[in-house]
Design a binder for this molecule. Structure first.
Ligand SMILES: [Fe+2]
Ligand SMILES: [Fe+2]
Length: 425
């Protein structure tokens, strides 16, 4: 091996991590041609496995003509010179492609010469191998030129090149193997990064869709609650305030974020069942008779039927169904007691009564905060708080009542007008 070639190739091995296969192939081919005086040449890399193995041209060089940029593949079979070398893993010399020995399985493919007008005469073709002896590429050198610059002629390649090539084959093979492995890792990383990006975009899209769905649900809920209010004849901000009191109470009771966020809109639907109650009963001034009370109380069951069956509305459904149940029992529609009443309904019951006390109703004036608190905590002729409310919630309400007063004040500009005739619900 000449010193320059050996040094050059050793340098490849050292630098190979920074090369691509193509760059390394270009340099190996150039150096191999320089050492052997080859006019042209190509390097192929083995791609695929088993019967699908192919030789992919990664570098083409020719001093006589401009080679096409279009690279090509040939199958790994003994039918071509490069294919044969890749198959048997040994070097082949062809001194004259027009006079191939009778006993070789390969033929010289004249397509390239015919298309380009180039004239191939001698060939030297050797494999690039891994240390384990696996062929991972083939170098094909063409036309060893001798003679003066103007009249150079193609002669057979010297057999003494064999010695050089043995080492080159191994060193370059090992370098290419390492580069290929690195390229595969880079390629895989690129694919993973790409996939990651796709997944992130997908997640964003799903999130966006679910936000849109949520917004649509919120809008439907608001419209439904409004429709119930209009039917009820109540144009106040009662339902918004009940939402906010319920949200505050849920937080005071230590419920988690999801619960608090949900009750903040679900509470608005507590009287949605009033849409199915006869307006004559809803707006009747004075006392209701027994039949009318039955009709009125049925708003809880109607509400449950309207909201039933969808998991996203489960809390709203529980509230609509149970907000007139009482802690000690005796409420409606089922007469549940204690913790058998869902906590969200116990919260809304409290919020609903406080707001009704602060509001003007046909059967009562609007009370100020102190009077409302007095009734909530100590009762009056119509209500006994200890049997009405969950005592834990009531204690929290008593402790933080000022915050409920603040909410009323903040939202009072929409307080009931003189035509609000609805009964406390
Ligand atoms: Fe109600
Ligand atoms: Fe209400």
């Amino acid at each position: 091996m000449t010193p320059s070639l050996s040094q050059e190739f050793l340098a490849f091995i050292d630098d190979s991590a920074t090369f691509s296969t193509k760059v390394l192939a270009e340099r190996v081919l150039k150096e191999s041609r320089r050492v052997t005086n080859a006019e042209a040449g190509s390097i192929f890399i083995v791609r695929g496995r088993g019967a699908k193995r192919q030789l992919e041209a990664v570098s083409l060089q020719n001093d006589a003509i401009t080679t096409s940029r279009k690279l090509f593949v040939i199958p790994v079979t003994p039918a071509s010179i490069a294919g044969y070398v890749a198959t048997i893993g040994q070097m082949v010399f062809v001194d004259d492609v027009d006079h191939l020995p009778e006993d070789v399985p390969y033929r010289f493919n004249r397509d390239f010469d015919q298309k380009s007008g180039y004239r191939t005469r001698s060939v030297m073709c050797f494999p690039l191998k891994t240390p384990e002896g696996r062929v991972i590429g083939v170098v094909q050198l063409i036309n060893r030129l001798v003679g003066p610059e103007e009249g150079r002629i193609a002669k057979p390649f010297l057999r003494s090149f064999t010695e050089i090539i043995g080492v080159v084959s191994l060193l370059v093979g090992r370098a290419i193997e390492r580069i290929e492995a690195l390229e595969q890792i880079r390629e895989r990383n690129k694919r993973l990064t790409e996939r990651n990006r796709e997944l992130k975009a997908e997640r964003r899209r799903v999130l966006q869709l679910s936000e849109e769905t949520d917004r649509a649900l919120m809008l439907s809920v608001e419209l439904l609650a409004r429709a119930a209010e209009v039917h009820d004849g109540d144009i106040s901000s009662h339902i918004q305030r009940v939402n906010e009191y319920s949200y505050l109470m849920a937080q005071l009771a230590g419920r988690d974020h999801a619960f608090c966020d949900e009750i903040r809109w679900a509470a608005a639907l507590h009287d949605v069942g009033k849409m199915s109650v006869d307006q004559a009963v809803l707006h009747k001034p004075g006392k209701l008779d027994e039949r009318e009370w039955v009709e009125m109380k049925a708003h809880t069951t109607h509400g449950m039927r309207i909201l039933n069956g969808h998991p996203r509305l489960a809390m709203a459904c529980d509230i609509a169904y149970c907000h007139h149940e009482m802690w000690a029992g005796g409420g409606y529609p089922r007469g549940l007691a204690g913790e058998a009443i869902p906590i969200e309904a116990r919260i809304v019951a409290l919020a609903d009564v406080y707001d009704a006390l602060r509001s003007e109703r046909p059967y009562k004036p609007a009370y100020n905060h102190d009077r409302a608190i007095e009734i909530m905590l100590h009762g009056d002729e119509r209500m006994r708080p200890e049997s009405h409310f969950d005592p834990t919630l009531l204690a929290l309400f008593g402790k933080h009542h000022q915050r409920f007063a603040d909410l009323w004040t903040q939202m009072a500009e929409h307080a009931p007008g003189p035509d609000a005739t609805a009964r406390a619900g």
